[in-house]
Write a protein that binds this ligand. Structure first.
Ligand code: SAH
Length: 233
């Protein structure tokens, strides 16, 4: 009996280990070719991308393409962003180990997992219950204890947990939500794709002495920020 329990335990542990370490070579190539060669320099950011098993965040039918240089479909008509875009947005936030970070648009949970490697805690809001639940299962599987997730309308931020040192928005409204500006801490950074459907501008906002400044970063393409009725902001 003891031997059988030991064997089962061993099977579970080795299976988890094998699943996390699949695609090690693909992940290495992603970091070298898609991130380093395009100018991502922050060593902590690169280490996070080398560690997080992106293939566990995509749909099973897309596992083999998990490390490709493109976004991929997830459920509810949404997408997991291209690795390079996740890296640009992460690097620009200049995260410190003590930072508390808000993410709007949990989606697959991949961006949240990258952030969780780099800061104290991540608070992530997703409109679709199914996506939030699935991402939560992966956070548990990977033993993340510093990611807090909830279902809700991220246009309103997460006021009960504010202020945040950094806010990252991974769906696109036509304007910067006022609530998010208000939930930024002094010295806080907010990265957000803003614009109409199709093409948007990635914009970086910074709060200094209570005033918020804006800087355009690059053109991007994100899914729209939706309201609960299915319309877009
Ligand atoms: N960060 C995600 C990217 C997901 S795509 C990842 O790493 O996979 C953007 C996500 O924003 C989608 O899951 C979409 O459902 C979600 N979203 C759209 N409007 C939203 C809103 N108002 N509040 C919260 N999430 C929203």
């Amino acid at each position: 009996m003891k031997a059988a329990i030991f064997f089962l335990g061993w099977l579970v542990v080795t299976n988890c280990y094998a699943q996390n370490n699949l695609f090690n070579h693909e992940r290495y190539l992603m970091v070298e070719q898609q991130l380093k060669q395009r100018g991502i320099k922050d060593k902590r950011v690169l280490a996070a991308f080398s560690k997080v098993p992106r293939h566990l965040f995509v749909l099973p039918e897309y596992q083999k393409q998990a490390y490709a240089d493109s976004p991929l479909p997830i459920n509810e008509g949404q997408t997991i962003s291209q690795p390079y875009v996740v890296a640009v947005m992460t690097e620009i936030l200049e995260l410190q180990c003590s930072d508390r970070v808000l993410e709007i648009g949990t989606g697959s949970g991949y961006q949240a997992a990258i952030l969780a490697q780099l800061c104290d805690s991540v608070f992530t809001v997703e409109l679709f219950q199914e996506l939030s639940k699935k991402a939560g299962q992966v956070f548990t599987q990977l033993n993340y204890t510093n990611i807090y997730y909830k279902v809700g309308d991220g246009y309103k931020g997460w006021p009960e947990k504010a202020p945040f040192d950094a806010i990252i928005v991974t769906c696109s409204p036509t304007h910067v939500p006022q609530a998010l500006k208000e939930q930024l801490a002094e010295g806080g950074r907010l990265i957000i794709p803003v614009g109409d459907r199709g093409i948007q501008q990635l914009v970086l906002l910074r709060k200094k002495k209570g005033k918020v400044s804006e800087k355009r970063i690059l053109p991007v393409r994100f899914v729209p920020m939706l309201n609960k009725k299915g319309g877009s902001y």
